[in-house]
Each structure stands twice: as structure tokens, then as C-alpha cells.
Design a protein around this ligand. Structure first.
Ligand SMILES: Nc1nc2c(ncn2[C@@H]2O[C@H](COP(=O)(O)OP(=O)(O)O)[C@@H](O)[C@H]2O)c(=O)[nH]1
Ligand SMILES: Nc1ncnc2c1ncn2[C@@H]1O[C@H](COP(=O)(O)OP(=O)(O)O)[C@@H](O)[C@H]1O
Length: 230
């Protein structure tokens, strides 16, 4: 390998090591497929980890405590909020949800990306506190009829709960333009590839890779040497 190439590759590796992680926020009206896309990303991308929220909602039979959520009592939730342990919190469909602060800050500092499956209220709180770190994606269903049928097919909720989720969707969808990106989840594979492309492009953004300047300076020095200018 020529020395110049080797130098550039080493600088590139150290640029990656110094980069701060980003916060990838996925939001959607219930039933659009956000959790499915999030699951695929976590399976296939090894440099992203899930922010595991705390919630006062009862655990569904398919969920594991500490994996899908940390299920806590309302008293414990209040205590965490009062102690400043939560990065954001919101009441959604009658239950409380929040993002614990410590794991997120640790991951970002170590250069790991963090995936958030949070609602619109939480997204806006993260905008206020950490806008530079956040990349937000709003997932939409191809139609309301399909969204409704997905909620029925998922068979996790009663008719009453489904109706409440559809009502919440009206308020949420009005804010679509405040997200950085919108992805329509018609074909699952295509929607997943769309979100993955956003993640990759955002990782390469100059503003998120502070060491990129050093990397390019190194290449310019090698190039000058190659051309006999030094
Ligand atoms: N603000 C906020 N919203 C959350 C958090 N965790 C989950 N949510 C949102 O709460 C809503 C209900 O979540 P859930 O009860 O798991 O039902 P889902 O509709 O099947 O995802 C979804 O819109 C989630 O994105 C959190 O930590 N903060
Ligand atoms: N592109 C898609 N085509 C068909 N069904 C889908 C698609 N994406 C998700 N689903 C299904 O729709 C249901 C709702 O998806 P889910 O990811 O739980 O939604 P959300 O997290 O947005 O509430 C699930 O049963 C899921 O398997």
C-alpha cells in the first residue's frame, strides 16, 4: 500500500473514533410501522443502540422489562423526574414515558449513535435541549385505511385503544414539517433502506465529523509531497 493511502486510512479511522454520536429519532402515528423499522435498524446496524425508555404503561405479553422498556410505578417515575434523571418526558395515551439521561450521554460521548422511538412531544423537547445532535424522521403509513388495518392486524389493542390512537394521530400528523425527514412506509424494505440512507448520510456530514478537517489536511500534505512541492 502506498504510504499516502495508508496515512489517509489511519487518519480516517481516528476521525471516526473522535466523532460524537448522533440521536436518530423515529416518530410516527401508531400503526405506521416505526417499531418494525427500528427493530430492523438495530438488527442490521451494529453502531446504533436503542434508548430504552421508562414507562408507567402496563407491560404487554410480548414485552421484556429492560429490553423494550423499563416498566416503573408512577411513584418511581415522579422520583426520576424530580431528580433530573430524565432527558425528556411526556404523557401519551394516558401513560407516562421518558428517556433516561445517563445512557444517552455516555453513548454520544463514546461516538455511538442512539435510536429513539419517542412521540412528537419528546422530539420537540430534544430539539430544545440538543438540536445539534438530533436527526428526526417522521414515518407515515401509505394511507389511513392501511394504518387502521395494521393496528387491527397487530392485534395488541382493543377497539377503544385503537380509536384513541387514531385520534392522537390527527394531532401528530399536523407537525410533519417540523421533522428533518419524512419516510412513507409502504413497502417495508424500501422504507427501511430510506431510513438507513438518512443515517449514513448524516454520519458523514462535515458538521458531525469534527476531525474531517484534519483528515483532509493530511491528504493535502501527502499530495503535496507526491507532487514534490515540499
Ligand atoms: N416522549 C416519549 N415518548 C415515548 C417514549 N417511549 C415511547 N414513547 C412513545 O409513546 C407512544 C406509545 O408507545 P407504546 O405504548 O409502546 O405503543 P406503540 O404505539 O405501539 O409504539 C409511541 O408514540 C412511542 O413513540 C419516551 O421515552 N418519550
Ligand atoms: N410496510 C409494511 N407493510 C405491512 N405491514 C407492516 C409494514 N410495516 C409494519 N407493518 C405491520 O404493521 C403493524 C404495526 O407496525 P408497528 O411497527 O408495530 O407500528 P408502530 O410502532 O408505528 O405503532 C405490525 O403488525 C407490523 O408488522
Amino acid at each position: 500500500m502506498p504510504d499516502a493511502t495508508k496515512g489517509a486510512m489511519m487518519t480516517s479511522a481516528s476521525a471516526e473514533a473522535q466523532r460524537r454520536g448522533l440521536m436518530l429519532v423515529l416518530s410516527s402515528p401508531s400503526g405506521a410501522g416505526k417499531s418494525t423499522i427500528a427493530r430492523l435498524l438495530l438488527e442490521k446496524e451494529d453502531t446504533i443502540e436503542l434508548s430504552i425508555s421508562v414507562t408507567t404503561r402496563p407491560r404487554r405479553s410480548s414485552e421484556i422489562d429492560g429490553v423494550h422498556y423499563h416498566f416503573v410505578s408512577p411513584e418511581r417515575f415522579d422520583q426520576m423526574r424530580e431528580r433530573g434523571e430524565l432527558l425528556e418526558w411526556a404523557e401519551v395515551h394516558g401513560n407516562f414515558y421518558a428517556t433516561p439521561r445517563d445512557p444517552v450521554e455516555t453513548a454520544l460521548k463514546a461516538g455511538r449513535d442512539v435510536l429513539f422511538d419517542i412521540d412528537i412531544q419528546g422530539t420537540f423537547q430534544l430539539y430544545e435541549r440538543m438540536r445539534e445532535d438530533v436527526v428526526s424522521v417522521f414515518i407515515l403509513p401509505p394511507s389511513i385505511a392501511e394504518m387502521k388495518s395494521r393496528l387491527h392486524r397487530r392485534a395488541e389493542d382493543t377497539e377503544e385503544v385503537i380509536l384513541r390512537r387514531l385520534k392522537t394521530a390527527v394531532g401528530e400528523m399536523r407537525h410533519w414539517a417540523e421533522y428533518d425527514y419524512v419516510v412513507v412506509n409502504d413497502d417495508l424494505g424500501r422504507a427501511y433502506e430510506g431510513v438507513r440512507a438518512i443515517l449514513r448520510a448524516e454520519r458523514l456530514k462535515q458538521s458531525r465529523s469534527p476531525a474531517i478537517g484534519g483528515f483532509i489536511d493530511g491528504m493535502l500534505a501527502d499530495l503535496r509531497q507526491e507532487l514534490g512541492e515540499v
